[in-house]
Write a protein that binds this ligand. Structure first.
Ligand code: ASP
Length: 422
């Protein structure tokens, strides 16, 4: 068998992508490509015998047992590295795997069980932009798996204020900690951190770019809510409303949703804050219909999920740059008029509570269709799953559980309606 056929068999049988395979064999993409090249081409190099034999034995052994499963972090790797930078790293199967690991984490997140699988590991939480939920929930998730957290917040108190580059910051911190979560105001900046690091980097939000962990927890919430309501995601109607131009959560979410089939995705935004064309094109696959609606009424009508977002004022040059031309307030009057009894209302939070902000109203707080706190609670098991996967302990979590002995809160997570006696 030729080396090209052998490599192809390895990819086909075990689901390796080229970059995973290169990482698995410990070579860079260029070398792998030269092994794949035709022996007549100038690019071609012969594969060392040791590698050829190793792959042959791997195929033989694992085809017989039929149980070889590529570790999840290899399946979702970012060009062969264990980072989480974009939702484009996922397919439907890998998402399902992430969610079943998140399910395993729920008893820990709900303070019924204790795990120490990450004991000794240190997380570097580097937030160069405002954050409450993402920073605290990543930190909490890491602690709940037994690890410890080191934080830095804002530019002012970091050496970036002294002119330090992303490269130097990332190189230095990678020497101190085992995994990093980074938030930074520039699109693409977290990938720049990743290029300078030999430890896993998680994108906690790169300006108006992406927010992959938020999209995962949003999708996890939608799937959980749908299973409670006996609904299927394929074929559902999802409305994304608000600042779709700068909102990174909706950019990541719509890309993840596009892995599902026959969705109707309605986009409603104030003029000037529309979803970028390239993302609409990306999302319009698998028979999904993405339509830009001209009014809140049209966008909300018949939706299974209403996902509202805040206007990202921090992306504007001046505070006065943006004015609403119509009423974008999502409140109980509109939800009752245009939505169904089982519509789910979501928001990545924070809600902008300033007068005239036109954000999601608080008058829905006692409506159990409002899933925003169940959604933020889901950030913990999903982020625990992300850490466990990237650090390779997802298969041993269940072996390391102990019961909680301290007095824990009574109502946590999905039963949050109980807070309101509903
Ligand atoms: N917390 C989310 C984010 O960081 C949403 C928002 O800020 O509006 O992108």
């Amino acid at each position: 068998m030729s080396q090209q056929m052998l490599l192809q068999e390895m990819m086909d049988k075990f689901g390796f992508k080229k970059e995973n395979l290169a990482a698995y064999l410990g070579v860079n993409g260029k070398i792998l490509n030269s092994w794949f090249a035709s022996s007549l081409s100038t690019e071609y190099t012969p594969m060392p015998n040791g590698v050829f034999n190793y792959i042959s034995e791997f195929i033989e052994k694992n085809s017989l047992s039929g149980v070889y499963n590529l570790p999840l972090r290899n399946k979702i790797s970012f060009f062969g590295k264990n980072h989480l930078l974009s939702v484009e790293q996922f397919d439907r199967d890998s998402i399902e795997e992430v969610f079943s690991i998140a399910d395993l984490m729920v008893p820990i997140a709900r303070r019924k069980k204790i795990s120490r699988v990450l004991e000794g590991a240190v997380l570097g939480n580097l937030f160069f932009e405002a954050s409450t939920r993402t920073r605290v929930s990543f930190g909490t998730a890491f602690c709940r798996l037994g690890g410890s957290v080191c934080d830095t917040t804002g530019f002012t108190f970091s050496s970036m204020a002294k002119g330090e580059s992303i490269y130097d910051t990332s190189r230095v911190i990678a020497g101190y900690v085992d995994i990093m979560v980074v938030r930074h105001p520039d699109r693409g900046s977290v990938s720049e951190f990743a290029r300078a690091s030999n430890i896993p980097i998680i994108n906690g939000g790169d300006g108006p770019g992406e927010h992959p962990s938020q999209a995962l927890l949003d999708l996890y919430t939608i799937k959980n809510e749908f299973s409670r309501l006996n609904k299927s995601l394929d074929g559902a109607h999802i409305s994304l409303i608000g600042d779709l131009k700068y909102g990174r959560t909706v950019h990541s979410l719509i890309k993840l949703l596009s892995l599902y089939k026959n969705l109707k995705i309605s986009l409603v935004s104030p003029i000037g804050l529309e979803m970028p064309e390239s993302i609409i094109n990306y999302a319009s696959r698998n028979g999904n219909i993405v339509s830009v609606e001209s009014s809140v009424k049209k966008g909300l009508s018949g939706a299974d999920v209403v996902y509202a977002t805040r206007v990202q004022k921090e992306r504007f040059e001046s505070e006065f740059e943006f004015r609403y031309e119509s009423d974008f307030h999502i409140n109980s009057e509109k939800i009752n008029a245009f939505c169904n009894k089982d519509t789910i209302i979501m928001h990545p939070l924070p809600r902008d509570s300033n007068v005239g902000s036109n954000d999601l109203s608080t008058d829905l707080n006692n409506d159990d269709r409002l899933a925003i706190f169940r959604q933020s609670d889901n950030g913990i098991p999903v982020r625990m799953a992300i850490f466990a996967i990237l650090l390779g302990v997802e298969n041993i979590v269940h072996r390391n559980l102990r019961d909680v002995e301290w007095s824990r809160p009574v109502y946590i997570s999905f039963a949050d309606a109980a807070f309101h006696n509903l």
